[in-house]
Design a protein around this ligand. Sequence first.
Ligand SMILES: [Fe+2]
Length: 263
Amino acid sequence: MSTAAMVHRKDQIIDLHAHVLPGLDDGPGRLEEAVELLKLLERDGVGTVVATPHVAPGFFWPYDPARMEDKLAELRQAAAAAALEIEVIGGAENYLSPEVVQLAEQGRLPTLGDSRYVLVEFPRREVPFWGFEALERLQRSGYRPILAHPELNDQIRADAELPSDLVRQGVLLQLDASSLAGRWGSRVADFASSLLQSGLGHLVASDAHSARRPPEFRAARQALARVTDRRTAQRLLCDAPAAVVQGVLIEPERRSVGARKEA
Ligand SMILES: [Fe+2]
């Protein structure tokens, strides 16, 4: 779908990362559950959500673009029938692997909407030794990588240099709302906050999977109010993701957000 048609209210959240398509990954199994998840997103203030099913060819979930398109059309239809106003656009969360690099080099890597931005994830425990090279090959193929939830990666939490190394390479860092909300414990929440305070977090998204793993934007907003200012929260939840789906270039340069203060 063309992103040009989208009209955003300025205070509406644009959620770049949510497992809302039914029956594709560990998100909702059935269409009804997917509609329930859309309702939760809408209730949390989301105007647009990018459906980002896991794509992990060679590992857990194969890449089947026709099936993803079908599920997207099915969900849009069900959302309209349920009188939901939330807009759903296509995307994927690509598990960084040799197969994903190959898709990129063939120009077939699924992007966020019509943009050149691609959401990628590392394994939970480590940054693979070829991780930086893989990201560079995506970039050389014309894609702009956004790394999903760096705060959930054990090695990134343990190595103070890794987040800034990634940003220096031109990678945007997307933090999960649930991490800020404390769902994964205080170490993850504190690390996510420290990334924001160092100017190393560019976007906040839900990574919602179901009613059992819901969006948590309300709690995330409260956490953001504690660690940063209102203007930065607006940028993380609304302005930066709007730029992404509109294909506008965001420079991932390090910028200091500072302590809590009103903009
Ligand atoms: Fe995800």
